[in-house]
Design a protein around this ligand. Sequence first.
Ligand SMILES: C[S@@+](CC[C@H](N)C(=O)[O-])C[C@H]1O[C@@H](n2cnc3c(N)ncnc32)[C@H](O)[C@@H]1O
Ligand SMILES: [Zn+2]
Length: 155
Amino acid sequence: MVVQDASTDLFSEQSGIHGLGVFTRKPIPKGAFVIQCQGILRHKDEVVEGMRALQIGPETYLAEDPENPRLDDYINHSCDPNVGFVEGSPKLFAIRDIRPNEELFWDYRTSINEAGWQVQCTCGAANCRGKIQSYCDLPGDEQERLRGIVLEYLR
Ligand SMILES: C[S@@+](CC[C@H](N)C(=O)[O-])C[C@H]1O[C@@H](n2cnc3c(N)ncnc32)[C@H](O)[C@@H]1O
Ligand SMILES: [Zn+2]
């Protein structure tokens, strides 16, 4: 276990999808606040391969603090997510009811916006697209479908 946040009922553990993931001990009802994404603000040129970082603006990332790893750094992607940026800020809310011990997933396409960026997806969801792409590279109808859970700078 990498990190434990005593103020929440979330914990990190080996994921069936990739590396470590984040899980909930207790049920989370749809609409509930789940976790605030935190980290060090970095310009995109400072973000290097393998760094856990959330893109929050055209040139701005919220990157992991190696001295202070946080649970939000370890949330994996799914093409069928259970949390999202409902308010447009870097806070994740449940977008459906989540059961105890279920892994949390957000859709990385709702934050990443680097043209041409993509990674293979192993989420295993029935609607998995096989690859995770940048928001700007998605077809218009898919961007529209995600509109309610993308970060503000993409709305
Ligand atoms: C912020 S980390 C998530 C935590 C990661 N599991 C770990 O242990 O460090 C993001 C990285 O996890 C991997 N990842 C997350 N979700 C994935 C998925 N659905 N399919 C493939 N790789 C995934 C990718 O390598 C991605 O760059
Ligand atoms: Zn997928």
